[in-house]
Design a protein around this ligand. Structure first.
Ligand code: BEZ
Ligand code: FE
Length: 290
C-alpha cells in the first residue's frame, strides 16, 4: 500500500514504532518521534541544517572511545544529564543531593586507610576532607565505601595525563562511628574538553566551558541508596556558571586554611593545609514488597 504521508508523517511514524516488542521501548520511541518532529517543525529545520546535525553526530561518535565519552559530554552541556539525576534522585528526605558522575570516573581505585593520602606524589596544597556518613535520622553508617576522584591543581584528571598508575583517586571505608577522612591536594576548576564537536559547538556561544573546583564522591552503604555527588570549594570561580549544571548550594563547602599541625586522623601536616568538613547523608533503600 502506498501511503500519502505528506500531512501525517508524524502519526505514521508514531504508529509504526508502536510495534516495539518491549512496552517501555515503544513509549520512549513514540515520545521521541513526537518531540523530534515537533522540534523540526518549530524551528522549520532546513536540509543544510539537518545535514550539519547528522555530520556533528557522526563526529561525536567518531571521537568517542573508552576514555572519551563525547555523547555524555553533549548530554552534560545540554543539561540533560543533570535533569536525569534530578528526576531520579528527588530532593527531600534529608539525603545529600546527587550530581553528575562525569566522564573521568575510573573503577577499582586503590583501597585507602582512614586519612591516607590519595594524592602522593602529586604536588599541591594538602587538603583533608573529613566527616561522617550517616542516615537521615543521624545513625552512623559503618563500612560505607567512599570512592573519591578529582582533578589535580592544574585541573587535569588521571585519564588526561596518561598516568600508568592510579592518580588522585582512592576508595576509603567509613569507621564504626561513620567517620571518614580523605587526604589529598586541593583541586583546580577546569574547562571541559574543547577539542571535539561539543567544544566546537560551545565555542559558537558565550557559554563558559568551565567547572568550579570540586572533588567527586560515589558512596555505597549496605541497605542504602548509592550516592554520586561532588563537594565544591566555597568561593571558587564558576560556581554560578558550571557548564554541566552540577552545582548545588548544599554541596559547596569552605576549604578552611589550617596552620601546620595535627590533622583529624591524628597524623600531622608540616605545611599549611586546608580542611573541608562534610557529613554525607544516604537514604535507606526502599523495600519493595510483593
Ligand atoms: C566532571 O566533573 O568530571 C565532569 C562532568 C561533566 C562533564 C565533564 C567533566
Ligand atoms: Fe570533575
Amino acid at each position: 500500500m502506498h501511503a500519502d504521508h505528506d500531512h501525517d508523517i508524524t502519526a505514521l511514524a508514531i504508529g509504526r514504532w508502536a510495534s516495539a516488542h518491549d512496552a517501555r521501548l515503544s513509549t520512549i520511541m513514540q515520545a521521541l518521534i513526537r518531540h523530534l518532529h515537533g522540534f523540526a517543525r518549530e524551528v522549520a529545520l532546513t536540509e543544510p541544517e539537518w545535514t550539519a546535525a547528522m555530520a556533528w553526530l557522526a563526529r561525536t561518535g567518531q571521537i568517542s572511545d573508552a576514555r572519551r565519552a563525547e555523547f555524555i559530554l553533549a548530554s552534560d552541556v545540554l543539561g540533560l544529564s543533570m535533569l536525569v539525576v534530578e528526576m531520579n534522585h528527588p530532593r527531600g528526605g534529608g539525603a545529600t543531593p546527587a550530581t553528575v558522575l562525569g566522564p573521568f570516573y575510573i573503577a577499582d581505585s586503590p583501597l585507602m586507610d582512614y586519612g591516607a593520602d590519595m594524592a602522593a606524589p602529586v604536588p599541591g596544597i594538602p587538603l583533608v576532607i573529613a566527616g561522617t556518613i550517616r542516615d537521615p535520622a543521624g545513625a552512623p553508617l559503618a563500612g560505607a565505601i567512599l570512592d573519591v576522584w578529582q582533578a589535580d591543581s592544574h585541573g587535569m584528571y588521571e585519564s588526561q595525563v596518561n598516568s600508568p598508575t592510579a592518580r588522585l583517586r582512592g576508595r576509603y571505608t567509613s569507621r564504626n562511628d561513620g567517620s571518614y577522612c580523605v587526604r589529598t591536594v586541593a583541586p583546580l576548576g577546569y574547562s571541559i574538553p574543547m577539542d571535539g564537536p561539543v567544544g566546537q559547538l560551545l565555542s559558537r556561544t558565550d557559554i563558559s566551558p568551565h567547572r568550579p573546583a570540586h572533588v567527586h564522591f560515589a558512596i555505597a552503604a549496605t541497605d542504602h541508596e548509592p550516592l554520586v555527588t561532588h563537594l565544591f570549594e566555597e568561593g571558587a570561580p564558576y560556581l554560578d556558571s558550571d557548564v554541566v549544571f552540577g552545582t548545588r548550594a548544599e554541596l559547596v563547602v569552605p576549604f578552611d586554611r589550617r596552620a601546620p599541625g595535627p590533622t583529624p586522623d591524628g597524623r600531622r601536616c608540616d605545611v599549611p593545609w586546608l580542611l573541608a568538613q562534610y557529613d554525607f547523608v544516604l537514604s535507606p533503600k526502599e523495600v519493595t514488597s510483593r
